[in-house]
Write a protein that binds this ligand. Sequence first.
Ligand code: GLU
Length: 482
Amino acid sequence: MTEVRTRFAPSPTGFMHLGGVRTALYAYLFAKKNGGKFILRIEDTDQERFVEGATEVIYDTLKGCGMDWDEGPDVGGDYGPYVQSERKHMYLPYAQELVEKGAAYYCFCTKEELDERRAAAEAKGEVFKYDKHCLNLSKEEIQEKLDAGTPYVIRLNCPTEGESAYDDEVFGHISFPNSDLDDMVLIKQDGMPTYNFANVIDDHLMGITHVLRGMEYLSSTPKYNLLYKAFGWEIPKYVHLTTVMRDAQHKLSKRDGDAYYSDFIEKGYLKEALINYLALVGWNPGDDREFFTMDELIDAFDVKRLNTSPGIFDVTKLTWMNAQYIAKMDFDAYLEMATPWFDKVLAGKGMDYKRLAELMQSRTEVFNRIPDMIRFLAEMPEFSDELYFHKKMKCDAQVAKENLQLVLPVMEGIEKWNEQNIHDIVMAAIQESGKKNGAVLWPLRIAISGQANTPGGAFEIAYLLGKDETIRRMKDSLAKLG
Ligand code: GLU
């Protein structure tokens, strides 16, 4: 059996769209599942301008996600080069071969002529297709023009009748009427290949057995197949993937900040969670499993379970999954990742980040939510005395005042300000007073945090704030109670 070879063939735009990451993932999983090779090819033909650092973005994303390629621009391989711009010279002879075979032809029509014909077609409400004008030139006419150095392109000679069909691994039998096919340009006036041509030649030369790519290529595939047939090459298997959507109507968009892989990484989603979730947008394992490592994905992956309906990228679901991944993270790794987010509000305050991280890890859904959750530690928020009211704790503003007055001197008297001491000393004082724990600890936490929900209770927060700040906040809150 021939070895399975898949490729990811991104154009270096400077960003990795989530749909692209998912395409790469499925191509990677499919290759690995079948003991094959995953190839990275940079498709920079047709690229208007060079984008600085764009290939690095591709490398970093794939590597970061654990998709190592077996062959590619940086690691080499037997089928290189793996960057199209370095293969520029390879394509023209293939187009000339097609001309000899009668499957392609020279076209000398000028841009002006084409524009005119396009305008005429559009005026009649027709979609312009190249009218095969130059297909009728005689051998002598062609040679004359070539000898005279007349600029030309090479076009594919598409059939105009009947239909072209193929079987897609996901979408099944696909057919398009040949009357829709345009005689696409294979080689441009400057001698360079068009994107479509280079893509096919490269897939063949690189021995690609399975082409996994976005379904926007479903309708160009018949043209690609014409090329394979004209050369007498074996057509690869096609696995077209549905579009990743925000919801049934909307694509992920750059404007909404939810289209690129980097958008999510910058917000503080974990790569592992993102990959795990992306795998499930458009594919299912056939059972109710939701959590997968890369190895488990390789094991479970099956193209038969790729969906034909659009994959909905549900950020709420991703966020839920991300929280699970964060909760299970190694503590030191969490601390390291959380530190810059702590710093955004607490830099220079000398706070015990380790203790803070212990309190925050199970509560962190996405890292960028941390600053808002801990801002109260940097700065006492405004709050209304109504916040002291708590039915079950039997507390209101009046009770809060009494109990804060009771506990303030106790806390002022604590010499060694650590969590254990604060706990033991305050609890002993509560015990002695005969009051209920909640009736003291609830208002204490409100008085020093200004909010009802906090990571950690009164003792943890008092410890993190430090003695001076805790006492200052208690006094301020008491003063407000009048
Ligand atoms: N370079 C194409 C893209 O970035 C890939 C097309 C393909 O996989 O065939 O969309």
